[in-house]
Design a protein around this ligand. Sequence first.
Ligand code: URA
Length: 210
Amino acid sequence: MQDHVTIVRHPLVQHKLTLMRERSTPTALFRQLLREISLLLAYEVTDDMPMATRHIHTPLREMDAPVIAGKKMALVSILRAGNGLLDGVLELIPSARVGFIGLYRDEETLEPVQYYFKVPPELGERLVIVVDPMLATGNSAAKAIELLKEAGARNIRFLCLLAAPEGIERMRSAHPDVPIVTAAVDEGLNEHGYIVPGLGDAGDRMYGTR
Ligand code: URA
């Protein structure tokens, strides 16, 4: 990936995102839209994966055909909202290994607090795609990536649905080597650290917890 931030402007992504933002969109539809968008975002975040060729036989003749080189990929979900993106991406890349990082946001300091960390082995040899729908302050994302680097990850990308300029800036200063793929960059954060106009609390909207 060349750019630090890639905005996926495909009409299908933008249309589905608008439906997700709408406050009257019910939980089941919200989850379904997130799964559908994650397939389209996964397509973008993997667009320059190294390729190799494999010798195959079609019904008509032999050929050297393109395949993805190696199968070393890890998807890492930041709990719990990350799981909504994870499901779709995993559908597209079923052989990927999966990790989970549990971070919750202290609502006063807005700082991330770690409560869970389980990732696949040999992270240094894998393309690691970290998924979390909302890049808000960037504190959780930056912390998750710091933990992954400590665990050996070298080739990391961050996939989200919505980003705030503050979160992008935080990531740019903490992890300039980590490209970000998102469907949109919104205006900014409100006093509670929510993305505006945003779509509200992604976890609550996915699981109906509010
Ligand atoms: N997390 C969310 O779910 N929504 C926001 O707007 C910010 C952080």
